[in-house]
Design a protein around this ligand. Sequence first.
Ligand SMILES: [Zn+2]
Length: 325
Amino acid sequence: MAARKSVRVGTARSKPGVWTTGTLRLGDYPDGPITTPVNIMSGSEPGPVLWVQCAIHGGEIVGAIALLHLFKKIRTARMKGHIVGIMATNATAFRAQQRLTPYDGENLNRLFPGMPTGPHSRQTADVLFRTATGVADAMMDIHSGGIEAVVPFYGLYFDDGSAASQEARRLAESVGSDVVWASRDAWLDGAMFVNFTRAGKPGVIVECGGGGWLTEEHVANVAGAIEGVAKAMGILPGKPPRRKSYTVVRDCDLVFNTKGGYFLPAFDVGAIVKKNAVIGRVMDAHGEIVEEIRSPVGPAYLAALGKPYAPIHSGAMVAECIGVE
Ligand SMILES: [Zn+2]
């Protein structure tokens, strides 16, 4: 990894030993620039650069809050290198507090590496990808279940056997969770962490919390995850919170309901369930249980689940079931 003296992201220019701020232009509204706030924390000495992006799904704000908690705690005297925080990665979705880009309904985290002259969200992806690969040695993308779903606390990396992928696994094992999703899932082909890894640099996703609710535990988990990765990269002093063993999960099935109503989860998220176990039910507007939703695989880690009593239409994504290795 490069030992960088300084980094520049948009209008933010790092200075040794201090927290600097600025904005990164992601595109344009009809009447002016679309920007995200940028925070850069820099050590007193040169070192690697960790890029942390928050709220790529606009309602998933845990990363931004956790990053602020961590930055307020960091003492830069023994820090080497930089942590770059992108606070509203999908800025228009963040303002709307929704998962997808309001202008085109796109999921920004399926469009990397982006297109410089493509449709709106692909241009945003291009700006983020070029900027991040230009300055950073590794990237983290912080997610939660957003408003309607809940997720457990775990790390996720792209498992293609490359050197960058192996380093990504080491970073995913440094976030403080004992669950790691080693993904080869084709539906994540356009995710930032996958394309970053393909570009030869490690990328990881951290998932935690959701349900439109942020607890101090969620914030502490994610702040610890960013701190753990920064320690594993040698940016912050000390050892990352590595576990003795990890539950490795792979191949995610997205589970959809067919009847509308209210979702009644049958397990806590993060549970490991058998194949065909009933993981949730749908109660219609007249109080009848009209559907039982089962895990298509097993043993399966429930990596996402609709929140209790979430009103759901047919074909809502109510669960992610990932095979346990
Ligand atoms: Zn997300």
